[in-house]
Ligand binder design. Structure first.
Ligand code: PGA
Length: 248
């Protein structure tokens, strides 16, 4: 019912030239898969993504967006610009933005609203830091973050929003949540969404797991009933690994 999404978060890696070659290689080697491939790349790589990936069943998008529509905001990129490059998805509220750029839940919600206004699906990230997990407060913490980050966010359908649960302690560390721990959090998130929107909406919405997803742990994670794919950093940079994830 929910199509698995394998979303690569390239972070600040690869040059546009490298990306162009990688996209061409992916299109040439793309396997038959039930999963939906998507790549969230630096802004500079998006025109190449639009040119090369179009029509191949691979989707693309950015890793952040401005909270403003347009104007004198030096250095920012608007949702309208991303829509013009046919972005299907864009990440908001990644923990690296929240911690290095002090992004609040309210700002993340504003960004999500901008994307929806332009028909782009926000991949909204939430997840607890290590000390919160150790204190056993990870569910309340994550649901509170979700609530704040969805303030005033009214997706027209369940397919116009994706949630990514990414425990901060698992990102880029090689430590993954166990499939059971991840599943428990995904179930809690889905339950919360049912109350916030409706149970139909919650049943149809995709919730991704992120944090050190690799070819050797992806199958166990993705086979959990409430895990609908992954938001993958490191392992999405190597073509062979990314292809393995599409087949996991
Ligand atoms: P990782 O990153 O797969 O390298 O842990 C995931 C993410 O930050 O989205």
């Amino acid at each position: 019912m929910r199509k698995r999404l394998v979303a690569g978060n390239w972070k600040m890696y690869k040059t546009p030239t490298e990306a162009r070659m990688w996209f061409r290689d992916l299109v040439a080697k793309l396997p038959q898969t039930q999963a939906e491939p998507a790549l969230l790349v630096p802004f500079t790589h998006l025109p190449y993504a639009a040119e090369i990936l179009e029509g191949h069943g691979v989707y693309w998008g950015a890793q952040d967006v401005s909270a403003h529509n347009e104007g004198a905001y030096t250095g920012e990129v608007s949702a309208k610009m991303l829509a013009d490059l046919a972005c299907k998805y864009t990440i908001v509220g990644h923990s690296e933005r929240r911690s290095y750029h002090a992004e609040s839940d309210a700002l993340v919600a504003q960004k999500a609203r901008r994307l929806l206004e332009h028909g782009i699906v926000p991949i909204l990230c939430v997840g607890e830091p290590l000390e919160v997990r150790e204190a056993g407060h990870h569910v309340e913490y994550t649901l509170r973050q979700l609530e704040g980050s969805l303030e005033g966010v009214h997706p027209p359908s369940a397919s116009s929003l994706v949630i990514a649960y990414e425990p901060v302690w698992a990102i880029g560390t090689g430590k993954t949540a166990t499939p059971e721990d991840a599943e428990a959090m995904h179930r809690a998130i889905r339950g919360w969404l049912a109350g916030r929107y409706s149970s139909d909406f919650a049943d149809q919405l995709r919730i991704l797991y992120g944090g050190s997803v690799k070819p050797d742990n992806a199958t166990a994670l993705f086979s959990q009933p409430n895990i609908d794919g992954g938001l993958v950093g490191g392992a999405s940079l190597k073509l062979e690994d990314y292809i393995k994830l599409l087949l996991a």
